[in-house]
Design a protein around this ligand. Structure first.
Ligand code: G3P
Ligand code: CA
Length: 250
């Protein structure tokens, strides 16, 4: 059942605040808070020993000083790599955080979150099951309820079955004609999509369908303003400083 009362704000820090600090790190979430966002988005993978970790790619190569696949690595090995220096030397010492560590920090900072399930190929069911179990068990009661999303439809089905009370966002690169069927299939609360292929007509159709629509990754105020004018509920941005004042003025 959709939750019409569900509220994600107009500006969501993408991977923390990816233009300001290394993505998906504790420093990144602190930076997002310092910039004034109320919610962040981040990506979750599963390690070889079954731990939920916050990282975008299947490989650690781009965002750490190591190489290899997250899904073939233990947490201990993953945590031995530096996940901050690639962005800027002043972030040396950041590591790929566990989901537990991120939840603890969100509790301290009072940040809401959109948790994106980003399973490595073959780990769809296990990743979704592990993340939903953890959210159920450890999500702080004083935070707004989390929103789980994924490009992987199977992950959303597993999330639905594992924890139907936790809201789901249908995440699509492009919204096609089948969006409503897909949304109903997982009892989605929100629709998330890439902003580039979105049309005003499609945004209106989704809004008329009663679904809040959130677009990624919007880093320019002019484009955010246009999207808000189309009825888009909010944007994921690497640069919240560019969008927050605009969103507050509307
Ligand atoms: O959830 C919105 C956005 O994060 C999806 O794209 O590749 O940045 O995870 P990506
Ligand atoms: Ca993401």
């Amino acid at each position: 059942m959709r939750q019409p009362q569900f509220r994600m704000p107009k500006v969501v820090g993408h991977r923390g605040a990816a233009a300001h600090a290394p993505e998906n790190t504790l420093a990144g979430f602190r930076a997002a808070k310092a910039l004034g966002v109320q919610w962040v988005e981040f990506d979750v993978h599963l390690t070889a020993d079954g731990r939920c970790v916050v990282i975008h790619d299947d490989l650690i190569d781009r965002t750490t000083d190591g190489t290899g696949e997250v899904g073939r690595m233990t947490l201990a090995e993953l945590a031995s790599y530096d996940a901050g220096s690639w962005f800027d030397p002043r972030f040396a010492g950041e590591t790929v955080p566990t989901l537990e560590e991120v939840i603890d920090l969100l509790a301290e900072l009072e940040l809401g979150a959109n948790v994106e399930l980003k399973p490595s190929p073959g780990a769809e069911d296990a990743t979704a099951a592990a993340v939903m179990a953890l959210l159920r068990q450890a999500w702080p009661g004083h935070l707004p309820a989390p929103l789980v999303s994924s490009f992987d439809y199977r992950s959303l089905e597993v999330a639905h079955d594992a924890a139907p009370e936790i809201a789901r966002g249908l995440l699509l690169e492009t919204v096609g004609d089948d969006w409503l069927e897909l949304a109903r299939g997982i009892e989605a609360t929100t629709i998330h999509c890439g902003h580039t292929p979105l049309t005003a007509a499609r945004a209106k159709e989704i809004r008329r369908g009663g679904y809040p629509l959130f677009c990624y990754t919007v880093n320019h105020a002019g484009r955010a303003e246009e999207l808000f004018g189309w009825g888009v509920s909010g944007v994921f941005t690497d640069a919240p400083d560019q969008i927050l004042s605009l969103a507050q003025a509307r």
